[in-house]
Design a protein around this ligand. Structure first.
Ligand code: GTP
Ligand code: MG
Length: 298
């Protein structure tokens, strides 16, 4: 597949950025970085490195909207995970590893939908060489279309805007040749029934195989409960938790799994595209919870 993104690998960030500048000149646009740190026995023969993904085009800064203002929502004490040996088994029943062809991302404003679409697109297109098409429904805010478009153009991916159900049907048909289609929806105030109806109409026109409920782990428990009632009994088929890096504790993730009660697809843990996304196994999550608890008691 064609992409105008190149990888630049170097021992450190300064050297990688110098290489980007040398090869792509002043126009260079950085879409993301990745650091590699060998572990275990690999340390004997491998060195750490950083990779910078860059192309020529518009600035990714321009693509990224200003960070959601204000402190993270108040974090209430999370519900305790189920005790004992069965915790990993409990988590196991809540994981989804399926990677359907058409995925739509839905959820409240600022949860990280567009950033996560870019991360998933990079994973499927750049890492696996799939033909990835993008659709955005986000035409409510100035600059929102531009946000996804910028990622799409830097990665050389086809993209469409779908404002209403007919446009959505058209967009899905136009991308029928793609191996994978990612649909980014606009965050709205889903307390308003009208916003929920509009979303449902767009989704039924797209009929994606999975609908990821994108929920930030900086959201308070009351809001999670309320949002969850709109999405889990509505369009959402899975849960995609974001901003683990900003959460007070990994137990917040466990609480979200308990409250939302949808299978977990992925967790994001930072702003960087494409690296900050995690597809944990039940065992890894159980270990992370245990490690955090051990630190707390140390
Ligand atoms: N710390 C942190 N920030 C994130 C993460 N994912 C996204 N963000 C940031 O959250 C902010 C909002 O991200 P967007 O991807 O625009 O969120 P969105 O859900 O598309 O927002 P709307 O389109 O307004 O609904 C941006 O500043 C992102 O960089 C994450 O995993 N961790
Ligand atoms: Mg968005």
């Amino acid at each position: 597949m064609t992409t105008n993104v190149e990888r630049f690998r170097a021992p450190d960030m300064t050297a990688a950025l110098l290489r980007v500048r040398e090869e792509l000149g002043q126009d260079a646009t950085i879409i993301g970085t990745r650091t590699y740190e060998p572990t275990g026995i690999r340390r004997l023969w491998e060195r750490p490195y950083v990779e910078v993904f860059a192309g020529r085009g518009r600035s990714a800064e321009e693509a990224a909207p200003a960070r959601a203002a204000g402190p993270a929502a108040a974090v209430r004490p999370p519900a305790l995970p189920p005790d004992g040996d069965d915790f990993e088994g409990w988590l196991q029943g809540r994981m989804s590893r399926l990677e359907p062809r058409t995925l739509a991302l839905v959820g409240p404003t600022g949860g990280g939908k567009t950033t996560t679409v870019a991360k998933l697109a990079a994973r499927y297109a750049l890492d696996r060489g799939e033909r990835v098409g993008l659709i955005t429904t986000d035409t409510y805010r100035i600059g929102a279309v531009h946000h996804l478009q910028t990622y799409a153009e830097i990665m050389g991916l086809p993209w469409r805007v779908a404002q209403d159900p007919p446009a959505m049907r058209e967009a899905v048909a136009a991308l029928a040749y793609c191996d994978r289609v990612l649909i980014d929806t606009s965050g709205r105030n889903y307390r308003r029934p009208e916003s929920r109806r509009e979303l449902m109409a767009l989704l039924s026109a797209a009929s994606p195989e999975s609908v990821e409920f994108v929920l930030s782990l900086t959201t308070g428990k009351d809001e999670i409960e309320e949002l969850s009632s709109y999405f889990k009994n509505g369009p959402a088929t899975r849960l995609l938790l974001t901003k683990l890096d900003e959460a007070s504790s990994i137990r917040k993730l466990v609480m979200a799994l308990q409250v939302v009660d949808l299978p977990l697809f992925a967790v994001t843990n930072g702003q960087m595209v494409p690296d900050d996304i995690w597809f944990p196994t039940a065992q890894q999550l159980a270990q992370a919870v245990a490690q955090e608890a051990a630190k707390g008691y140390a």
